[in-house]
Design a protein around this ligand. Structure first.
Ligand SMILES: [Fe+2]
Length: 345
C-alpha cells in the first residue's frame, strides 16, 4: 500500500517525543498498515460510553481504569448523583476532563462549577467531592505519579493563562454542618476511609499560589505549523517529561508524518466535533497507540473543526480488563477499527 502522495514514503523515527534525535527512513512501502496482530501490545480505540452505566450505579462507585501502566492510569467516571464522601488521592495527581454534564465540585481550596470541556487539575493530597450534580457527569481522568502543572506553550495564543485559567473560590456556605463525614484516601490501588463529626471540606479563604486549576477547552486554540511547531502545543507539563498533555484540536498543518514515537505511548481523547478526526467521529472516543508502533494518524487540518487532546507517557500502558472489554483493535493510519478486529475479550 502506498501513501496518498505515492512513494517514496518517509518514516520518521523520533526519540523523546520530538525533543530528541530524529531520523527519517525512506521507503517504497507505506508502513502503518498491518494485517493482523497476535498478542496484547496493540493499538486500540474505545468509546467511553460503552462502559456500562451499571458499573457506576452505586453512588460510591469510583472511576474505572481502561489503561494502566507504571504510575499512570487512564480512567472513566460517571456520576449521576452527589457523592456522600470526599476523595483525596495522596500518591498521584489527577487531571479530570468533563466530557458531559455539570456539577459543583467542592475542594480544599473552594468550589468549582464544572461544565463540559473543563480540564481540572487536582494535585495529590487535595480533597474533593461532587457536591451537586446538575446533569450526569462523565469524566475522563488521567491519574499520574508525575507532578503536573498547567503550563501551555505559545501562550497566550494557545491558552491565555491570565484570562482563562481559574481556581476554586472559597464558599463557607457549602459547610453541611454537624454529621458524619467520610474522606476516602486513595493510596495507589487501595483506599482507606477517615471519618469526622464535622464537614472537613469547606474553607473560609485561601492564601498563596493557586493549587487546583481549571480551564475550558473552548479557550484553547491550535496554532498552525507556521506559528507553532510540528508537535501540537503542550498544555500541561511534567518537569520529568514522563507524562505530558497536548492540545490536538484542528489546526492548519500538513498531515502528521508516518512515525515511530520511540519513547511515548500516545492516548488521544476526541471530545467534540463537528469535524471528524480521520475515522474518529464520536465524542468520547479514545485512541491508544503504544510506543514504538509505527503510525501516521489523521489529518488535523479539518475546516469543520473538532476538539481533542493528547496524553503522551513514557509509562508503558496496557489494557485493563475493562479496557479489553470495551476496546477494539485499531489501524494506525486513520485510527479506524482494524479490518481484522473482533472484540477482544
Ligand atoms: Fe504519533
Amino acid at each position: 500500500m502506498s501513501s496518498p502522495d505515492g512513494p517514496p514514503n518517509i518514516d520518521l523515527y523520533t526519540r523523546n517525543g520530538f525533543a530528541g534525535p530524529t531520523a527519517s527512513v525512506v521507503r517504497a512501502q507505506y508502513s502503518p498498515p498491518y494485517t493482523r496482530v497476535r498478542g496484547s501490545y496493540a493499538p486500540h480505540r474505545f468509546d467511553v460510553h460503552d462502559l456500562s452505566d451499571a458499573a457506576f450505579a452505586d453512588p460510591r462507585a469510583l472511576p474505572v481504569a481502561v489503561l494502566e501502566g507504571a504510575g499512570v492510569t487512564v480512567e472513566v467516571s460517571r456520576r449521576s448523583e452527589p457523592t456522600g464522601f470526599a476523595i483525596r488521592n495522596v500518591l498521584a495527581d489527577e487531571l479530570h476532563y468533563v466530557l458531559e454534564g455539570s456539577a459543583r465540585l467542592d475542594t480544599d481550596f473552594g468550589v468549582l462549577h464544572l461544565q463540559p470541556g473543563d480540564f481540572v487539575l487536582l494535585p495529590r493530597a487535595v480533597t474533593y467531592r461532587y457536591a451537586e450534580i446538575g446533569s450526569p457527569l462523565r469524566e475522563m481522568i488521567v491519574v499520574t505519579e508525575s507532578q503536573l502543572a498547567v503550563d501551555p506553550e505559545n501562550q497566550p495564543g494557545v491558552l491565555n493563562v491570565d484570562l482563562h485559567v481559574d481556581a476554586p473560590v472559597p464558599d463557607p456556605t457549602t459547610d453541611r454542618g454537624p454529621g458524619e463525614y467520610e474522606v476516602v484516601i486513595r493510596h495507589g490501588a487501595e483506599f482507606t476511609s477517615y471519618f469526622y463529626d464535622y464537614d472537613p471540606v469547606p474553607c473560609l479563604a485561601t492564601v498563596g499560589a493557586p493549587i487546583v486549576r481549571r480551564f475550558n477547552i473552548e479557550n484553547v486554540h491550535g496554532l498552525g505549523v507556521t506559528a507553532g511547531g510540528l508537535m501540537p502545543p503542550r498544555l500541561i507539563n511534567d518537569a520529568t517529561t514522563r507524562t505530558l498533555f497536548y492540545y490536538l484540536g484542528n489546526r492548519r498543518s500538513d498531515r502528521p508524518p508516518v512515525h515511530h514515537n520511540a519513547d511515548y505511548d500516545e492516548v488521544i481523547f476526541y471530545v467534540a466535533g463537528p469535524g471528524h478526526y480521520g475515522a474518529v467521529d464520536k465524542p468520547g472516543t479514545v485512541t491508544w497507540t503504544p510506543k514504538g508502533i509505527i503510525h501516521q494518524g489523521p489529518e488535523e487540518d479539518v475546516p469543520q473543526g473538532y476538539e481533542a487532546w493528547l496524553l503522551e507517557t513514557r509509562s508503558p500502558l496496557s489494557l485493563t480488563p475493562t479496557g479489553r472489554e470495551i476496546g477494539t483493535l485499531m489501524e494506525t493510519g486513520q485510527f479506524g477499527i482494524h479490518p481484522s478486529a473482533t472484540r477482544t475479550v
